[in-house]
Design a protein around this ligand. Structure first.
Ligand SMILES: N[C@@H](CCC(=O)N[C@@H](CSCc1ccc([N+](=O)[O-])cc1)C(=O)NCC(=O)O)C(=O)O
Length: 215
């Protein structure tokens, strides 16, 4: 059975914003049971974990001889190893894979940057200006995505691994006030989070938080 790593105690207080969440969601969508090894921030920087993830982060994925990292790559591996997360049609599959990369490389970076400004540049003289700049970049990306997305339900027709990664990226904007101006994406996120597989994944990671916060 594949084993992933996740935070022993997640800073997101169980809100499913850490990157074990898209992997859990993918497992649940394809019906693949999995184990979770919880790691502390210290353990993530020690040799056993660094041998799998040289950047000392979660998630990692281990199954038999395979030990690898990168949440997007793990979701792709799950999608390649099971049916249901990528179209079988060659063209549609290639487009879905493009959208996986777009979620991680084009849409998510300014959203992650905003978290850095918010959490690591608190009190800096430039924080206000940086917020303005980063929010502008995020809105530019969301405007472009909304123009393309239109009234679609999913990125490539049917639900795919690309939606797992894109919805995970967009959820990091919850609480920022930005999504209030994008009903298209509020509805899109809701379609994703209403999926039974998402709910099972969310509950599983939330249980880690609730156990750690009650211990
Ligand atoms: N590109 C890598 C990035 C992995 C990554 O960012 N891992 C983070 C956790 S998910 C990112 C994350 C962290 C916290 C929140 N949060 O809301 O609290 C959200 C997302 C990590 O291990 N951080 C610890 C470290 O770098 O030492 C991937 O996609 O797997």
């Amino acid at each position: 059975m594949p084993t992933i790593t996740a935070f022993k105690s997640s800073p997101d207080r169980g809100m499913g914003l850490a990157r074990d969440m898209p992997v859990r969601w993918a497992f649940e969508e394809v019906g693949q049971p999995y184990d979770v090894r919880l790691v502390s921030f210290t353990e993530m920087k020690e040799p056993p974990h660094l041998r799998v993830n040289p950047f000392g982060q979660i998630p990692t994925y281990e199954d038999g001889e395979l030990a690898t990292f990168e949440s997007g790559a793990i979701v792709f591996h799950i999608a390649e190893s099971h049916s249901g997360l990528l179209p079988t049609d060659k063209i549609a599959r290639a487009n879905a894979i493009s959208w996986m990369f777009a979620a991680l490389n084009t849409v998510e970076p300014p959203i992650v940057e905003r978290d850095y400004v918010k959490y690591f540049e608190e009190g800096k003289s430039w924080q206000g200006e940086r917020f303005t700049m980063v929010d502008e970049r995020i809105r530019n990306r969301l405007d472009q995505l909304a123009a393309w997305f239109g009234g679609a339900n999913w990125l490539v027709g049917t639900f795919s691994a690309a939606d797992i990664l894109m919805i995970h990226a967009l959820r990091r904007l919850e609480g920022s006030g930005i999504l209030e101006d994008y009903p298209t994406f509020r509805d899109y996120i809701a379609r994703g989070t209403e999926r039974p597989a998402y709910k099972r994944a969310f509950e599983a990671q939330y249980a880690v938080f609730s156990r750690s916060s009650s211990s």
